[in-house]
Write a protein that binds this ligand. Sequence first.
Ligand code: NDP
Length: 405
Amino acid sequence: MIGVVVLGSTGSVGESTLDVLARNPDRFRLVALGANRNAARLAEQVRRWRPAYAALADERAARELTQLLGGSVPETRLLVGESALSEIASLPEADSVMAAIVGAAGLRSTLAAARAGKRLLLANKESLVMSGPLLMEAVRVSGATLLPIDSEHNAIFQCLPPHARAGEPPPGVRRVLLTASGGPFRESSREALEAVTPEAACAHPNWVMGRKISVDSATLMNKGLELIEACFLFGLRPGQIEILVHPQSIVHSLVEYLDGSVLAQLGSPDMRTPIAQALGWPDRIPSGVEFLDLIRTGRLDFQAPDADRFRCLALAQAAARAGGLLPVVLNAANEVAVQAFLERRLNFLEIAAVIEAVITTTTGTGAIGSLDDVLAADAEARRLAHERVAGNPAARGHAAGGVHA
Ligand code: NDP
């Protein structure tokens, strides 16, 4: 039995992971669950799974969880605080750790799993964007196995030669074609983008996801973060990664070889496929996804992305080329701007404006020497982004009770 820890268990990827585990009860044993503050959902999961540990980062929510359970699941030890997430990520009884916390909040626990030599199932792309050199080094030193969960990276992983090594240029590969759905506003004009609401941005045409990644998909920042992620995971240069808009989200990415062969991975747009692939690897296990019906799909379209309308993509591409701390700054500014957009303190196009302003004023432009460098650049970028958001007309309207749609 493979011991599994699910970090971010109350989220979209976390719940899909539990669904795959439930379909393969003879293979996996759930050891621990971790989340932030959704005590009610975590209580349901604890009652259903009875893991050895359950952790919440938020202290008030952890007290609520204790009350909700009322001693009814004595075999589960309840832990609290951010450090508890790192603790469950490195438990000796854990073989595989699903890192599915959203944003920079997942950085420390993801690093902890890598340092502990686990099989690390990486959904939390932000941790790799922020600390790529540190995370890849931790994987190398500890002998951890890094398996990508992002559907595109999981597709690339499946199309690479079996002897490719994490973080090293894969032999015989010319370039990678990273597909993007284009999000809900693929065809929208600039004027229409001005008026986009959080509800519309979170209604992705093909994927059901958490709110932050849904907005990232709508701005194409998600593809930019994925480009940076792919560079670290597969030892590629940014120039070796072409982004291809593919509205049907059936081809999850492609690898082009020196001999002209192009290998692709296809499947229904359902995260349970990459999750099952990584949980079972190198075996294949059932995932519960709807099997692909190419006749019903009918056509597969591809087009170039529009980096003029979707500035976030251009900003991320520039940060990928610059490297060092700039991806940290990009990620932090994006997290603050997306949150402000979700709270209607910023309009959709201003997300890119905030990130650009932070990138041009940050002092975090050097190389990554240590985790402290990363945390300092992250903190400064967040402060600059908050200042920029606060100076925004929509934010002032919000403070005065106005609502910006
Ligand atoms: P969700 O918003 O659905 O879930 C986020 C999870 O993270 C929740 O369990 C939440 O806990 C937890 N969390 C948030 N903040 C903290 C914190 N400070 N400390 C501890 N836990 C925290 O996100 P998704 O599942 O959509 O995405 C998770 C990650 O996977 C992201 O990095 C995303 O980019 C990546 N990903 C997601 C895909 C998808 O299809 N959803 C596809 C590919 C990648 P709580 O509920 O208690 O707040």
